[in-house]
Design a protein around this ligand. Structure first.
Ligand code: PGA
Ligand code: ZN
Length: 395
């Protein structure tokens, strides 16, 4: 394939911050992609290039000048071929020269171009590329936001309803559950990811409320993202003004698992506390998913470490943590090959790009985190999953 045009422009994400949208052309084909941006980012993520004032001028210039010049000079045989070329062109281990945001916008658009060239839906092209079996992911719907996504009105970052049904059925459950929760909570603000942001001074309260909802709807359970790196300062964790050691926090999780239908716990400890992750996985891993996000940052090498030390049993997959679709697929392959679950995720700063829905379906992810129903950019991911369900039925 010869990519003959490449153009990036700034757009706004859901927090009103600038991010990148890239349009590619190859003969009669064209494709567009935009990239999301995290707030509770792991310190080992690939580098999102921002100007001193938070803008993306340099990252845009890198796409429009250096990447455009280099890429339009040659033919590529596959999307992997382009991604490897981009990684080499950048030349740094964390994509800090050209920017992981700049590179990923091109990488996703390239994946779309190759799907168009093959005449198959995006999810199918991803499945073929990854050697995976496509399947509908469980919906991990953000019901209540806390942590840095909601000014710490709740200690944990995400309180999630997990629905294990096909998308069309799951979404009708989610809609009813979200409305019910809204009635129950009354007039509360929305958090960054389109879930409610109530404030409670009892740690268990959000779990009690979600457990009531779980009782009413079939095939539902609870998940949390503790995002514990954000709770960790001065050598301890702080939740609702109370300090916890790692061991004390583990006792909290064990008690929550005993009392509530808690299906998965993401980032229960801060990102360097691999030993604490491993101990919790040994204690709860038979019944509960212990998910690495900041710990593993979609990085195949960090996932290798986690596998060898049995730190977790599930991995959050966010393409923008690593910067190319090729490496995100490698992260999935390592995760699934070891028998762990892959859960694909949006970011707290989102765009209307629905790539993550196709990616999650294509790799047959255990779940997808796409936010609450209170923001259009989150709903678009669920709508894309619905469209995929219909597409897959006719194939
Ligand atoms: P972020 O949060 O997108 O703000 O990093 C999401 C997460 O921690 O899973
Ligand atoms: Zn997380």
């Amino acid at each position: 394939m010869r990519i003959d045009s490449l153009r990036a422009r700034p757009i706004f994400d859901t927090r009103g911050r600038p991010t990148i949208e890239t349009m590619l052309g190859a003969g009669p084909l064209s494709a567009t992609a935009s990239v999301p941006s995290g707030k509770s980012t792991g310190s080992h993520e690939a580098h999102e290039l921002r100007d001193a004032d938070g803008g993306v001028h340099q990252a845009l210039a890198n796409v429009n000048d250096e990447i455009a010049n280099a890429i339009t000079q040659r033919d590529f045989t596959s999307a992997d071929d382009v991604d490897s070329f981009l990684t080499e062109l950048d030349g740094t281990p964390d994509k800090s020269r050209l920017g992981a945001n700049a590179i990923l916008s091109v990488s996703i658009a390239v994946q779309r171009l190759f799907a168009l060239e093959a005449g198959v839906p995006l999810w199918k092209a991803i499945a073929t590329r990854a050697g995976t079996t496509p399947a509908a992911p469980r919906l991990y719907v953000n019901m209540m936001n806390g942590g840095i996504h909601a000014d710490f009105r709740l200690p944990f970052q995400e309180y999630i309803l997990v629905v294990g049904e096909k998308t069309s059925v799951a979404l009708s459950i989610v809609q009813a559950a979200f409305a019910k929760l809204g009635e129950r909570l009354g007039d509360v603000p929305m958090g960054d990811e389109g879930g409610y942001a109530p404030a409670f001074d009892v740690l268990e309260k959000p779990f009690e409320i979600l457990a009531e909802i779980v009782k009413e709807f079939p095939n539902t359970s609870i998940a949390i993202d503790a995002a514990a790196s954000e709770l960790f300062t001065g050598g301890h964790y702080t939740l609702l003004d109370k300090m916890y050691t790692a061991d004390e926090l583990a006792v909290v999780y064990e008690s929550l698992v005993t009392r509530f239908p808690l299906h998965s716990i993401e980032d229960p400890f801060e990102q360097e506390a691999a030993g604490d992750f491993a101990r919790l996985t040994a204690a709860l891993g038979d019944t509960t998913l212990i998910v690495g996000d900041d710990l593993t940052v979609t990085n195949p090498l960090r996932i290798d470490d986690a596998i060898s030390r049995k730190e977790i049993n599930a991995v959050l997959i966010k393409p923008n943590q690593i910067g190319t679709v090729r490496e995100a697929i490698a992260a999935v392959q390592k995760t699934q090959a070891t028998g762990w679950k892959a859960i694909c995720s949006h970011r707290s700063g989102e765009t209307d790009d629905t790539f993550i829905a196709d990616f999650a379906y294509g790799i047959g992810a255990h779940g997808i985190k796409a936010g609450g129903l209170g923001q259009k950019e989150r709903l678009e991911k669920y709508e894309r999953l619905l469209a995929i369900e219909r597409e897959a039925e006719t194939m």
